[in-house]
Design a protein around this ligand. Sequence first.
Ligand code: GSH
Length: 209
Amino acid sequence: MIFYDCSTAPSPRRARMFIAEKGIEVETQQVDLRGDAHRQPDFLTINPHGTVPVLVTDDGTALTENIAIAGFLEAAFPETPLMGVTPEEKGRVLMWNAICEFHAGMAIAEALRNSTPALKGRALPGAVNYEQIPALAERGILRLGRFFDTLEERLSKSAYLAGDSFSMADITGFVFCDFARIVKQGIPEGNTASHAWFDTIKARPSASF
Ligand SMILES: N[C@@H](CCC(=O)N[C@@H](CS)C(=O)NCC(=O)O)C(=O)O
């Protein structure tokens, strides 16, 4: 397997944490996003979308989405399940993962990519150039505020997002809560359940990978 990573970007960090939690070693190649390496012909042959992470499996399959990488690794290395065990748990993991992706990850991306001068013409990640829409930056910050409320409400009732056990959903939530600093946002000070959850995950060895 080969894992295409970028140590400074949040999406590959999710896959990196998942790999670390599984306790497996995977050959890793850094892709220099700042240097535009992901939009050069070599990399576009591997992933025509021009994004990281990518996991190329031993049979040459290129998995270009976090959810696909997680699904593959969970099937190939079932020990220490990260995507739930019972049907309900599996459903809750996918649900909270999607909530964190849509309401936090996408909100941060909207806020960042539609306001940063260096990302002019690069409002979406990947191979195609799109112009910025400044109103989306404002909306992204509003959406993020609402996400932090949702998170606090959930974590006031549950140790982890999908229930009693740590899962992929916590990885996604944690990575995006941490990355929110890029748009000068973060878990509000009074959200004590969210802060306790964040600190618990931050203490896991995988969080420093
Ligand atoms: N659907 C992908 C999204 C990946 C993504 O957006 N990656 C960003 C890094 S966080 C990227 O490759 N950006 C390249 C760019 O900015 O052009 C996943 O989560 O696996």
